[in-house]
Write a protein that binds this ligand. Structure first.
Ligand code: 2RA
Length: 330
């Protein structure tokens, strides 16, 4: 399988290379791709160095699949060009996610809907992915009515420049340009992506809209507050879920413990619960602090953590490629 990684020099691009190698995706030829200023740079894959090529050269090399992580503008412009050349695109940006002609895929939930017609496939937003992976089996069992989520998101979600800002502030250096409107170290910003006219941020509305699309149920009500915190290991979420039907907390725990890609870490008396420091570099979604909301019927609280660069981006994208390969679609 010839695999192009578009945006190979970025944070997510680097993680995609690692995940392709770790999961032993059958790569016969790796094509690292990036914009003009990175062409000629070297990236490492399975212990070998590869030279980054430009977009036109990548199309000419006819990969079976191109995993894009190069921003919305690049995807809008270039994904159709790759697709027209017969290359299946798995796109990590927000460019195609809500396009009704494109699938928005979390493999555990809706990979079965993919067909040979799908030439541009959207990878959801990181904070949405980890939430729906946990909610989907519970929705099947108890039917979700409403979700209230607050996130605690890693600076890696913004990219390398944000990680640099955090460490520069921590080390007292002023030589790094700030990407956030405020200091991030020793601070919390209730502000991810741009503010919209309804007072929510784009990140918050992604959680609302993408959840309905992935779970194929417009009746699920989601309200979100998304927050940036000075951590790098992953995104954390406090999630309050109201179901149509009542549940047993122990049954919820056993459903989640049995769910592929989910790890239950729920022993609060021994200080066992998910944390980004432990999720860092892992492909799974971690869930804990599962307890009944005592103020309202049929409602549960939980805490969900995942490495946003892994299941929230690279791992999910590679799993989409695995589903495509398994079904002979690439
Ligand atoms: C963030 N959701 O964490 C974004 C990354 N796609 O900012």
């Amino acid at each position: 399988m010839k695999v192009a990684v578009v945006g190979a020099t970025g944070l997510v691009g680097g993680e995609i290379l690692k995940v392709l190698a770790e999961r032993n995706f059958p790569v016969t030829e790796l094509i690292p791709v990036a914009s003009e200023r990175s062409v000629g740079k070297q990236v490492e894959f399975k212990g070998k160095q590869y030279t980054v090529v430009g977009f036109d050269d990548a199309i000419k090399m006819k990969p079976n699949v191109a995993i894009f992580s190069a921003g919305g503008g690049t995807s809008l412009n270039l994904a159709p060009k790759f697709a027209e050349a017969g290359i299946t695109v798995v796109d990590n940006s927000s460019a195609w996610r809500m396009d009704p002609t494109k699938k928005l895929v979390v493999p555990e939930i809706n990979a079965h809907t993919l067909t040979s017609e799908d030439k541009i496939i959207a990878n959801p937003n990181c904070s949405t992915i980890q939430m729906v992976v946990v909610m989907n089996p519970l929705h099947k069992k108890y039917k979700i009515k409403r979700v209230v989520v607050s996130t605690y998101q890693s600076v890696t979600g913004t990219g390398k420049a944000a990680v640099d800002q955090l460490f520069a502030e921590r080390e007292g250096r002023a030589d790094v340009p700030a990407v956030y409107p405020h200091k991030i170290d020793l601070n919390v910003l209730p502000h991810i992506d741009v503010f919209l006219d309804n007072g929510y941020t784009k990140e918050e509305m992604k959680m609302v809209n993408e959840t309905k699309k992935i779970m194929m149920d417009d009746s699920i009500q989601v309200t979100a507050t998304t927050v940036r915190i000075p951590t790098i290991g992953g995104h954390s979420e406090s999630v309050n879920i109201e179901f149509e039907n009542d549940f047993d907390v122990e049954e919820i725990k056993s459903i989640l413990a049995a769910e592929e890609g989910v790890i239950l870490q729920d022993d609060p008396k021994n200080a066992v619960y998910p944390m980004p420091i432990n999720a860092h570099g892992k492909d799974e979604v971690f869930v804990g602090r599962i307890r009944r909301d005592e103020t309202q019927p049929n409602t549960v609280n939980m805490w969900i953590v995942a490495d946003n660069l892994r299941k929230g981006a690279a791992t999910n994208a590679v799993q989409i490629c695995e589903a495509l390969a398994k079904n002979g679609l690439i």
